[in-house]
Design a protein around this ligand. Structure first.
Ligand SMILES: [Cu+2]
Length: 273
């Protein structure tokens, strides 16, 4: 859906929202100029680096052998947590494509982070309710590809994870899977409200001081490791063979299962570079 800016301003609550989103880098300002923290995401499957292609390289805890030929997603609302309980963050949403050829999407900068002792970082995997609105994200090819069908509620996919898997009952035969997550609102299926399936993720960090004053030339980096295999375990075992279909967008129980498994996909460590 395309809306002109003028139309948006006519719908003023929505306009305020969109302006807030497009100005996310400015939404936390002040006279203090803190440190820039680079968030660097690396994608792995267990102990192996993720290779995005159509080769069956991986196995999950249910015993499904699978490939990952596509992994694209949004992360948003990065927030740094300090030892005194204070937080600092940005509501910005970031598109990530796990392919090595799109590694520029694997680095996210958090600007003006104040001094303090950092004990954790949190984020939303996907988009929160305010951001997951048609037209809210910049109009790019990546964005267009992530749109969620209007008959299923509109907005955007949080994740497109696709590949093929080996059917154990039929060795050698490969079937496709499309693990797409997002918010569902389908009155025809009985929905009386929008089912938001975004995931709140909190990653512990070993206490690390950010000190802008003493080492302004130093860059701080938080390395986030995203293990794709953890979608399939902890706490719920996810088995391709047990699913009624691999296109899981309309399946509330599968979306909810992915929601509870998602947080364990992520861990973080601090580095000074
Ligand atoms: Cu989809």
């Amino acid at each position: 859906m395309k809306i002109s800016l003028q139309t948006l301003f006519a719908l003023s609550p929505l306009a305020v929202l969109v302006v807030a989103i497009s100005a996310c880098d400015e939404d936390i300002t002040g006279p203090f100029e803190g440190s820039t923290v680079n968030l660097e995401i690396s994608h792995v499957v267990g102990t192996a680096d993720l290779v995005v292609d159509d080769v069956i390289r991986y196995a999950n805890v249910a015993g499904n052998n699978y490939s990952v030929k596509d992994l694209r997603y949004y992360v948003s609302n990065f927030t740094v947590h300090f030892d005194d309980g204070s937080t600092y963050g940005s509501s910005a949403a970031h598109f990530v494509d796990a392919r090595a050829s799109r590694s520029e999407t694997h680095s996210i900068q958090l600007e003006n982070v104040p001094d303090g002792t950092v004990v954790g970082i949190s984020m939303v995997y996907g988009l929160d309710a305010e951001t997951n609105v048609d037209g809210a994200l910049p109009n790019t090819l990546d964005t267009a590809d992530m749109e969620w069908p209007p008959p299923m509620g509109g907005g955007y996919h949080y994740m497109k994870l696709e590949g093929r898997w080996e059917d154990s009952g039929n060795p050698g035969s490969l079937l496709g899977y499309t693990t797409h997550t997002g918010a569902r609102f389908m009155p025809s299926m009985g929905d009386t409200y929008r089912h938001h399936h975004f995931i709140n993720v909190y990653m512990d960090l070993v206490d690390t001081a950010i000190d802008h004053g003493e080492s302004p030339e130093e860059g701080y980096e938080i390395r986030i490791t995203y293990d794709v295999n953890d979608w399939y375990e902890d706490p719920v075992t996810y088995d391709f063979e047990a699913l009624p279909q691999q296109m899981v967008m309309p399946l509330l129980d599968v979306q909810e299962q992915l929601m509870v498994n998602g947080p364990s996909c992520f861990s973080a460590s601090f580095a000074t570079v």
